[in-house]
Design a binder for this molecule. Structure first.
Ligand SMILES: [Zn+2]
Ligand SMILES: [Zn+2]
Length: 410
């Protein structure tokens, strides 16, 4: 297959809207990373562009709450797109050939009508964000030819936007209780309403710990809902904010936020960013809890999976094998070693089945211990570069089960 050639930007609004609609459609069946790759290839567009369009189209921080606007001509929902000149526009997706409408005009019109008809639903001090509260009283907004030609369908009973007047610590506490009780949807609602005034992609860092922690929890719950693209800006913003507020890279809450960043990067398919985040996490866990601690080893196992996904089977298998050896020595009764060994077996099977040509070392060839210095690992695998051994090519058969299950001292 020849390398794809990418057309030069800028894109027309209709191309963006059609690509977003196609990606959403395909993601429902094949998952987001593959949908992005497929639509990018089919349209001759860079996957980075598709990901950017998707992120904007589905942001919770849209001028008007997502899913409220529909195109009167075709009935499709309208999505947010950014004109190459910088202006935000709404267009139906897939586009029915109607003209896009300026997002700011729709936001102003919706805000005016919310403040006029349901001012009691907008908390004090939030009138400039009145449009964000439209999802409470309004069921649907049908958009005609222009931004002022709107037809609103009101709810007979306004939908309760959970806890609009709660403080952020109260909201965080309530969301945790919902999440612990298994009601993830309600937990997400509580957090989203509280974080409505924040745009994690553009705003400065959180001013207080409760807000930063709420963003971290929102990211974790959104990721658990398998919406990594929506989770990513919250995960990054929460991690940056907590690091700043706690003035530490290694505080337990900062490390927890970094773990969410790493998992979210992995699920969006950005494996380089995921590997970097997991490498940082290994370093921070190692310096605070030790190289043999369970969180350190769990992060190493996660990094091994990312390396394998990225096609670096050799590094992945070495890292996972060493992790298993350390794990069995330091935590002999812990149940995690069995799934890790099964994962290592699957990695070997994949290499053999797919007849990979890269050289391998046997998994039981236990390497050096993880890097525990405060310096970043130069090769981003969590190991000091000077601890790496030269490669020795060997046959795949070497990586069979004999020997690997023998306890080995690392
Ligand atoms: Zn339309
Ligand atoms: Zn391989």
């Amino acid at each position: 297959m020849s390398a794809p050639t990418f057309q030069a930007a800028p894109w027309s609004a209709a191309v963006v809207a059609d690509a977003v609609a196609a990606t959403l459609d395909r993601a429902a069946e094949h998952g987001l990373p593959r949908a992005v790759a497929d639509v990018a290839r089919a349209n001759g567009v860079s996957p980075v562009s598709i990901t950017e369009w998707m992120t904007l189209a589905r942001t919770d921080e849209a001028p008007v709450p997502p899913d409220l606007l529909s195109c009167r001509a075709c009935g499709h929902g309208m999505i947010l797109i950014q004109h190459p000149g910088g202006a935000l526009l709404y267009l139906c997706a897939p586009s029915c050939a109607r003209a896009p409408v300026p997002a700011e005009s729709i936001r102003a019109a919706v805000a005016a009508v919310v403040l006029h008809r349901t001012p009691h639903l907008v908390p004090a001090g939030r009138t400039t964000q009145a449009a964000l509260y439209a999802a409470g009283p309004i069921h649907r907004i049908s958009v005609g030819a222009t931004a002022t030609d709107l037809r609103l369908t009101w709810r007979t009973v306004p939908r309760q936007l959970d806890g609009r007047l709660a403080t952020m610590p109260q909201r965080l506490d309530r969301a945790r209780r919902y999440a612990d009780g298994g009601d993830r949807t309600r937990a997400i609602d509580v957090l989203r309403v509280g974080l409505m005034h924040i745009n994690p992609a553009r705003d400065k860092l959180a001013a207080d710990l409760a807000t930063a922690s709420a963003a971290a929890l929102l990211a974790a719950l959104t990721l658990a809902d398998r919406d990594a693209l929506a989770a990513l800006p919250w995960a990054r913003w929460a991690h940056r904010s907590l690091r700043h507020l706690l003035r530490s890279h290694t505080h337990v809450e900062v490390r927890a936020a970094l773990r969410i960043v790493a998992a979210t990067e992995r699920d969006t398919g950005d494996l380089t960013a995921a590997a970097n985040a997991y490498s940082d996490l290994i370093r921070h866990h190692s310096s605070t809890e030790g190289p043999d601690a369970l969180p350190t080893l769990a992060a190493q196992a996660a990094l091994a999976h990312v390396l394998q996904q990225a096609g670096d089977c050799e590094a992945a298998q070495q890292l996972l094998a060493r992790t298993i050896t350390t794990h069995r020595r330091a935590h002999p009764w812990h149940p995690a070693s069995t799934p890790m060994m099964q994962a290592l077996d699957r990695m070997h099977t994949t290499c053999v089945d797919q007849d990979h040509s890269h050289p391998h070392r046997p998994a039981h060839n236990v390497g050096p211990p993880p890097c525990t210095t405060a310096e970043p690992a130069a090769d981003r695998t969590g190991y000091c570069s000077d601890q790496r051994r030269p490669r020795r090519p060997h046959r795949h058969a070497d990586a069979g089960t004999t020997g690997r299950r023998q306890p080995t001292e690392g």
